[in-house]
Design a protein around this ligand. Sequence first.
Ligand code: HEM
Length: 457
Amino acid sequence: MTLPPKPKPRENKVSLWRYLQLFRRDILSAQPARLYRAWMAEFRTPFFRSYLCNQPELVDLVLKQRPDDFPKSRRIREGLSPLLGNSVFVTNGETWKRQRRIIDPAFEGGRLRDTFPSMLVAGQGAVARLTALADGAPVEIEEQTSHLAADVIFRTLFSIPIEHDVANQVFSKFRAHQRSQPVVNLGALLPLPKWFPRFHNRKTRQTARDIRGLITRLTSDRMHEIKAGTAPDDLATKIMTTSDPLTGQRFDTGEMVDQVAIFFLAGHETSASALAWALYLLALYPEWQERLAAEACKVFGDGEIEFSKVGKLRISRNVFRETLRLYPPVPMMVREAACPENFRDRAIPKGAQIVLSPWHLHRHERLWERPDEFDPARFATENGKSCLRNAYIPFSAGQRVCTGAGFAMIEGPLLLSMMVQACRFERVAGREAMPVAHLTVRGLDGIWLSMTPRTGA
Ligand code: HEM
């Protein structure tokens, strides 16, 4: 049976220098195989101590029970600050709580219904682009899903399409930014001494400045529109006009720029990765692709695609869920122990890095049945249901859970169904994808597929 691609783990013992080299190349293959079985693993070096926690009770403790005692690692800023400033992704404590109080209402269920038409238009645009490429020739699909996910974000946030001049510039600058800083989380995952060469080069800082300059334009234009009473009713307007119920404060333009940067980054990179892997898996398992296409035809029919229909895309949702299990776009998250702890009878010093790894937890051999197999039907089994509750965190969990989780779980199944209804996706011989973790989990040499139109769809 064909298993979905998985990087070969490194040998068990390597020098610190070798580990850093491997880590810089790809954080997934830099890890040893034992992490797929361990409940906890300690990484002790002269410079740092990290603890990777796989035991569901520990993950629960860190994320849900005592999240304030395990704040986001300060090291996260090392990689992200030039771009994200003081965004909700990197702040802690009272600042973070205030930011979430303002942001969260924009992503509540009712508001998601309002963003749906923008998602749909973006999906129709993607279908048109893919259909034009559906001549059986190889296509790098991540580029397509990236374009699509960026379009969704710009339309839902600012009511502008990706073709808009500023949106387009932000999109291409982000690509350049990613190329100049391939492993953005390195500083966060590996607390290194001050003298160790950092990977923030001049180019990275420049692209971050350029992106922020463009986002500032969008945000201050919107501020003027809000004042003039001409602003469209989208996510940006909602967030910028919401006051914190406790302090009465709103975001000023500067703080909003930080948030827009993270919405764009977190919202488009992750969805693009998940959609590309979902299409790749459907090409590997054509029987699932056919089932998904049939479901899309049945649910969408010939009429308008409405919000209420998304809930009926059960196969699509399970395929998307299974994709997020096998290829969690955010493969690892880092927290810091604010005080000394005792985990599994081991003393954890204050300041230690606590690594939670969706990548390893989702493929844990002592938790999941057939962890490396692609089986969207698993979520109906007892094991699947129990793992969904205890060992499945593609969006993290607890108070710091992804703001866009609900948004993504509408966007993903909807777009997947629309694309598969329009085209048949097939593997390209000699171009198998291999996951590596850059900013998100991507294909080492991209993800290549060929497409043909589905006649009669
Ligand atoms: C498949 C799609 C997505 C996945 C897998 C995903 C995953 C995640 C994960 C794992 C985190 C927690 C990271 C950490 O704690 O270190 C996170 C945080 C976040 N995500 Fe998402 N995300 C997705 C889509 C989105 C979308 C569409 C948006 C917004 C439009 C979004 C906005 C955010 C924000 C603002 C945070 C920071 C929350 C906080 O720290 O309080 N994400 N996401």
